[in-house]
Design a protein around this ligand. Structure first.
Ligand code: FES
Length: 571
C-alpha cells in the first residue's frame, strides 16, 4: 500500500506552482499535517503561526514536509458574555473537521496538532483519534502570571491570572477595589501571550493531552513566551523539536493514536484532571474525544473514575497558584507520579514517547524528593478528599444529568436549599445581579442557554465572576443548561440535560420554587411533584430561535445535529 503522501509527491505541476521542488518533494520522508488554528486576534493562539513555521523547518531538517492546515480559533475571553459566545463550543467540532479535511485533502501521512485556547485544545485530540494518523499534540503555552501590590491579590505573589482580573473588575464595580487598582491588575495580569494561566479549560485540555499520552511529558504547562514582544518560550521551542523526533519514532514503531488513546488512557486522563481540579468542560470534551477514538466512556463512567480521586494540585481556581508555577516544579508529571505511586493510574499504557507511562515517570522526582513546595500535595494529605470536585447529579430537574462543581469545597449544611430566581438569558441575569437583586439563599436558574437554546451552550462565567466579585459565591447557587468556564467557581451546576429548549423540566421552574442541591445524594431537585411539573410543561412550547439562528448558518446546522451535554454535545 502506498503512503497517502504519494499522491502529493506525484502532483509535480501543482507542487512547482506552489513553490515546492518536485524532485525534492518526491524524496520526502513524511508529509505531516501541521494542524494550526492560528489567529492574531487573541493571546491564546497568536503564537500558533510561528510554531507552525518552526515545525515546517524542523520537519524539513528531518527530511519531511510540513503542510499547514488552518482552522478558526475562538477565544472564550473575547466571546463570553457577548452575542457571539455561542460560536465557542460549536467551533470545537468545526476545528476538528477542518483538520480532518486538510489532512486528507493534502494527503498527509502524519499530523502534529498545535492546540491552544479551550476549544482548539479540545479539538486537538479529535482529528488524531478520528483519522488515526501518526501524530501528537503540541501546546503553544499558557500565559505567564503577574503580580500586583494590593490585597487581596498581593499575597498570591506572582500567581495573578485572568481570573483575578475578572474578579477584580466585579470588585471594582462594587467599590471593593479602586479604579487605579483595577488598572494595575490590567497592566500586570498577563505580561504576554498564552492561554488563561491556571487550571481553567485550556490547561485542563492540555493536561488531558499529556496525561492521555498524546503529548510529550512536561508539555502541558509551559509559558507561551516571556512577554508580549518576545519570541516563543524556550520550552515551547524545545517541545516542538522533541515532538518532531517523537513523531518519527511513532512512525518507525507503528504506534498510532488509537494504540495510545485506549480506555485505560482515558481513565488516566480523567484521574489526572480530577486530581488537578480541572474544568467542567472536560466532561463535554472527553465524551467527544472518546467517541472519535471508539472508546465507550460515558458520563457516569467519568463520574465513577473521578469520585475516587483526591484534589492534590493547589492551582487556581480553587487554589492560589498559576499553571507556570506547577511547570517550574516539573509540571503534570509530578502530579502523575504521585498518582501512579498511589495506585490511581495505569502505568502500562503506551504514550507518544514510544514508552509506557510508568517508563516516562520513572525518573520524575517524588514529592519527598522535591524541594519544599505548596503546589502539589500528597495523596495522603490532599487539598480536598475525593468526591469534592465535580460530580454528576440527576434529579427531577436533570433527568439525564448535570454537573456540579465544588472545586474542593464542601457545603456547610451538606446541601444547598434555596429559592429560585429564573432567567431566560444571561443578559437578564446579569442585569439582576448588577442591580443587587440577588440575595443570599437564592438559586439563580439560567435556562434556554443550552446547546440548542444558546445556541451553542455559552459559558455563564461572567455571572459567576460577578457573584464572586460581590462576595456572594458561597451564599448563592447558580444552575443552568449552559456551561461554565474553568475560571468559574462557587456553587455551580451546569450542563442540565435535557435542556430547556428541548423540553427539559428546567423549563417548568418558576420564581419562588424551592431548589435543593444535594452533593452526597448526587441530586438536583425542585420541590414540586411530578404531576405539578407535568402540568406546567403542558403549556411549554419550544422557544423561537429564528431571531438568533439564520437559515444555512453554522448554528442552523448545529441545532439540528447536536446531542445533549449528557452525550458531550457531539454533532
Ligand atoms: Fe483562551 Fe482562556 S480565553 S484560554
Amino acid at each position: 500500500m502506498q503512503d497517502s503522501s504519494t499522491y502529493w509527491k506525484k502532483s509535480r505541476v501543482e507542487l512547482r506552482a506552489a513553490g515546492f521542488e518536485p524532485d525534492k518533494a518526491a524524496n520526502t520522508s513524511a508529509v505531516v499535517t501541521i494542524a494550526a488554528a492560528y489567529t492574531n486576534a487573541h493571546r491564546c493562539n497568536n503564537r500558533v503561526r510561528s510554531i507552525g513555521d518552526l515545525l515546517v523547518e524542523l520537519l524539513t531538517e528531518r527530511g519531511g514536509q510540513g503542510l499547514i492546515v488552518g482552522a478558526p480559533a475562538v477565544s472564550d475571553a473575547l466571546t463570553q458574555g457577548t452575542p457571539t459566545a455561542g460560536y465557542s463550543l460549536v467551533s470545537r467540532d468545526v476545528v476538528a473537521d477542518c483538520f480532518e479535511i486538510g489532512h486528507y485533502a493534502h494527503h498527509g501521512d502524519a499530523m502534529i496538532v498545535i492546540s491552544g485556547c479551550d476549544k482548539t485544545g479540545a479539538a486537538a485530540l479529535m482529528p488524531l483519534a478520528r483519522t488515526n494518523a501518526f501524530g501528537l499534540v503540541l501546546y503553544p503555552g499558557t500565559s505567564s502570571p503577574g503580580k500586583v501590590s494590593f490585597e487581596p491579590f498581593a499575597s498570591k505573589g506572582t500567581n495573578i491570572t485572568i481570573m483575578d482580573y475578572a474578579e477584580g473588575r466585579a470588585a471594582q464595580e462594587t467599590g471593593r477595589i479602586s479604579a487605579d487598582q483595577l488598572l494595575e491588575l490590567e497592566r500586570n495580569v498577563m505580561p504576554g501571550s498564552g492561554t488563561c494561566g491556571a487550571m481553567f479549560t485550556a490547561n485542563t485540555m492540555s493536561t488531558v493531552a499529556e496525561s492521555i499520552g498524546m503529548m510529550l511529558p512536561h508539555g502541558a504547562s509551559h509559558p507561551a513566551d516571556y512577554d508580549a514582544k518576545s519570541d516563543m518560550h524556550a520550552d515551547v521551542r524545545a517541545q516542538a523539536k522533541a515532538s518532531v523526533e517523537a513523531l518519527y519514532r511513532l512512525i518507525e514503531k507503528n504506534i498510532r493514536p488509537r494504540d495510545i488513546m485506549t480506555e485505560r488512557a482515558f481513565e488516566n486522563a480523567i484521574t489526572t484532571v480530577y486530581a488537578m481540579g480541572g474544568s467542567t468542560n472536560m466532561y463535554l470534551h472527553m465524551l467527544a474525544i472518546a467517541r472519535q477514538a471508539g472508546v465507550p466512556i460515558t458520563i457516569e463512567r467519568i463520574q465513577q473514575i473521578g469520585e475516587r480521586v483526591p484534589l492534590i494540585a493547589n492551582l487556581q481556581p480553587h487554589g492560589p497558584f498559576a499553571m507556570t508555577s506547577l511547570h517550574a516544579i516539573g509540571g503534570v508529571p509530578v502530579v502523575m507520579k504521585e498518582l501512579l505511586r498511589n495506585g490511581f493510574l495505569h502505568g502500562d499504557v503506551m504514550t507518544v514517547t514510544g514508552k509506557t507511562l510508568a517508563e516516562n515517570l520513572a525518573n520524575v522526582p517524588t514529592l519527598e524528593q522535591l524541594p519544599k513546595q505548596d503546589i502539589v500535595f500528597p495523596v495522603g494529605k490532599p487539598i480536598a478528599p475525593a468526591n469534592n470536585h465535580i460530580s454528576v447529579l440527576k434529579g427531577n430537574l436533570a433527568p439525564e444529568s448535570c454537573v456540579l462543581k465544588l472545586s474542593g469545597k464542601t457545603l456547610d449544611k451538606g446541601e444547598f436549599r434555596g429559592t429560585a430566581r429564573v432567567f431566560d438569558s444571561e443578559a437578564d441575569t446579569m442585569k439582576a445581579i448588577r442591580a443587587g437583586e440577588i440575595k443570599p439563599g437564592t438559586v439563580i436558574v439560567v435556562r434556554n442557554v443550552g446547546p440548542v437554546g444558546g445556541p451553542g451552550m455559552p459559558e455563564m462565567v461572567m455571572l459567576t465572576i460577578q457573584l464572586q466579585g460581590r462576595g456572594l459565591g458561597e451564599d448563592v447557587a447558580l444552575i443552568t443548561d449552559g456551561r461554565f468556564s474553568g475560571v468559574s467557581h462557587g456553587i455551580l451546576i451546569g450542563h442540565i440535560s435535557p435542556e430547556a429548549a428541548r423540553g427539559g423540566p428546567i423549563a417548568a421552574v418558576r420564581d419562588g420554587d424551592t431548589i435543593v442541591i444535594d452533593p452526597k445524594a448526587r441530586t438536583l431537585n425542585v420541590a414540586l411533584s411530578e404531576d405539578e411539573i407535568a402540568r406546567r410543561m403542558k403549556d411549554w412550547r419550544a422557544p423561537d430561535l429564528s431571531a438568533r439562528v439564520r437559515p444555512g448558518s453554522v448554528h442552523d446546522k448545529y441545532v439540528k445535529l447536536v446531542s445533549s451535554a449528557h452525550y458531550g454535545c457531539v454533532v
